[in-house]
Ligand binder design. Structure first.
Ligand code: GPP
Ligand code: MG
Length: 293
């Protein structure tokens, strides 16, 4: 089966290209080539491959682990914090039953989608503009024996091609900095059933302290993304019938993850920019949950 076959195949496949701009093509080629140890080695811990950061305190004992075992202990601990982040995201989806449908906007290698299926027992569709990620995540679904319920599609979250009003919950786990929020929430507003829930975890810059700080610009450059100001989320949600029910500032909870990551063998070089941006207050790690009115 190819990534886009089956009853849930997006309607537009074959009609319009998934990648429509040079920017989208550059993002797709970045993620098609991505093999970062900080993602692969953490994923190998238990087979859940994440593309988001962690929250919660790390166990300081990992730093005291004897030298030959310390590296692996730190990797296991970072993975635990990333999985804890996805659990908090799923906690905010509300009551989801086995007959509901969920959508993962920017599904990466599938980690959060598999956790959602494990928790709610329902169908989950993930969309990503990286064909390598689609192939990886669908292979994971087969390996986990959940390919009937968890499917990944080469599709653009700005225009998924899925039918209107059929989805009970949508989340974006650190993916909104790659897209225009008005376009995104117009699509999510269309897809969600009335009363459906959208949960976003994102890094956003602080309107109160002005524009992009140097550290925020460094993060943008590192990932080829465009971090939005905090206010942009609420404006775009309001304009598209998404009414916030919960806003959680996770900034303080994510700092320990970055401190541990900065000391690990899989540090990617972006750790100091995150720590600076969070500590100076120019950047926040935010969870926003909103209902479709
Ligand atoms: C993490 O993915 C998230 C992004 C690349 C988007 C940027 C997020 C912000 C909050 C600004 P990853 O797990 O692939 O990144 P890394 O390889 O650094 O762990
Ligand atoms: Mg990562």
């Amino acid at each position: 089966m190819t990534a886009t076959e089956g009853a849930i195949r997006p309607a537009h496949v074959g009609a319009e290209p998934v990648l429509r701009t040079d920017y989208q093509r550059s993002i797709a080629s970045y993620w098609n080539a991505e093999r970062a140890p900080v993602n692969i080695r953490l994923g190998e811990v238990d087979g859940l491959y994440h593309h988001h950061y962690g929250i919660g305190d790390y166990d300081p004992a990992v730093l005291e682990t004897r030298a030959d075992l310390r590296d692996e202990a730190m990797i296991v601990e970072m993975h635990r914090l990333e999985t804890a982040q996805a659990d908090v995201l799923l906690d905010h989806l509300g009551d989801i039953g086995p007959n509901d449908r969920l959508l993962d906007g920017g599904s990466g290698r599938g980690g959060t989608s598999f956790m959602a299926h494990q928790r709610f027992g329902c169908r989950v569709d993930g969309v990503t503009i990286s064909e390598s990620q689609v192939a990886f995540a669908n292979a994971q679904a087969v390996e986990r024996g959940v390919a009937d319920s968890v499917r990944f599609h080469f599709a653009n979250m700005l225009d998924t091609g899925f039918e209107s009003g059929a989805i009970r919950g949508i989340w974006t786990n650190e993916t909104t900095m790659y897209v225009d929020l008005h376009e995104l929430y117009a699509e999510f507003g269309r897809l969600l059933t009335r009363g459906g829930r959208y949960v976003c975890i994102t890094g956003c810059y602080n309107d109160v302290t002005g524009g992009r700080s140097r550290a925020v610009s460094q993060i943008d450059q590192h990932y080829i993304c465009n971090i939005h100001p905090r206010s942009a989320y609420f404006k775009a949600m309001a304009a598209n019938g998404l009414v916030p029910i919960n806003v959680v500032d996770l900034t303080a909870a994510t700092i320990p993850y970055w401190e541990l990551r900065a000391r690990s063998s899989v540090a990617s070089g972006i750790e100091d920019a995150f720590l600076t941006a969070y500590r100076e207050g120019s950047f926040h790690y935010l969870l926003i949950a909103a209902d479709r009115a």
